[in-house]
Design a binder for this molecule. Structure first.
Ligand code: F6R
Length: 240
């Protein structure tokens, strides 16, 4: 794992955008694996600025997102589909038909998980996967547990994640209790991975991931199985 310690959130966002932009420049029809959450928002703003400045082109880009609440309507302003439109897709020249998020309104969650997994695999995996990390070391909705499901699946959310996400809802009661999520195997099928972490709250999870061993008690540690991972963090997340 390569580690790049940035002085602050802004620098981390700029550096993350540079890596994504480089992939897009080398391969104009690249497949970008994207994440939601507060961490990548600054990086998405940098990508929007690069697109507006004519430095990167989203015309032929395909995106696949990691996860989505289940059940939720894509039009719900708390859905990850809405988040992606609002924070990136609405502001760049991307063809929305080439942007994919698991369908939170699918009738059958298990079937949707199978379909999404097969779809991502049929693309050959993402050219670059952007990740955030949970305070407990979760990646997408792969929460610490005694076992992890490697492929896209329906999962229950832990109390910690419900609490962390409650800030986006009127109350913790309104946070959906399940999600559709890529598994660590799906995520590891990406050719290149960058993981962003900022703030002291992420320090313990980052350290556990950087220890170099693999444990289901820290899903992020599975990234040690991949040979092209760059950790981008600010000083708070790195030093604690
Ligand atoms: C969202 C996702 C989550 C977040 C994680 C960190 O697609 O994959 O695992 O990356 O919960 O969230 P923030 O960035 O809000 O701290």
């Amino acid at each position: 794992m390569k580690v790049l310690v940035c002085k602050d959130y802004k620098e981390m966002s700029v550096e993350g955008a540079k890596i994504v932009a480089e992939v897009m420049t080398k391969k104009p029809n690249a497949i970008l694996g994207l994440a939601t959450g507060s961490t990548p928002v600054g990086m998405y703003q940098e990508l929007i600025a690069l697109n507006k400045a004519g430095k990167i082109d989203f015309k032929d880009i395909t995106t696949v997102n990691l996860d989505e609440y289940y059940p939720i309507e894509p039009t719900n302003d708390q859905s990850y589909r809405y988040f992606m439109n609002d924070n990136l897709f609405n502001h760049v020249n991307i063809d929305k038909n080439k942007t994919f998020v698991p369908l939170g309104n699918a009738k059958d969650g298990e079937e949707e998980a199978k379909r999404y997994e097969a779809f991502v695999r049929s693309l050959g995996g993402a050219d670059i996967q952007v990740l955030g990390i949970g305070r407990n070391g979760h990646i997408a909705f792969n929460e610490p547990d005694t076992e992890l499901v490697p492929v896209t699946h329906v999962t229950g959310l832990t109390e910690d994640t419900i609490d962390a996400n409650a800030r986006f809802f009127a109350s913790a009661d309104e946070v959906p209790k399940q999600a559709l999520t890529m598994g660590m195997g799906t995520i590891l099928s990406a050719k290149k991975i960058i993981i962003l972490a900022n703030g002291k709250g992420k320090h313990d999870a980052v350290m556990k991931m950087l220890k170099g061993t693999v444990t289901t008690s820290c899903p992020a540690s599975f990234l040690n199985l991949h040979d092209d991972v760059t950790v981008l963090c600010d000083e708070d997340a790195y030093k604690g």
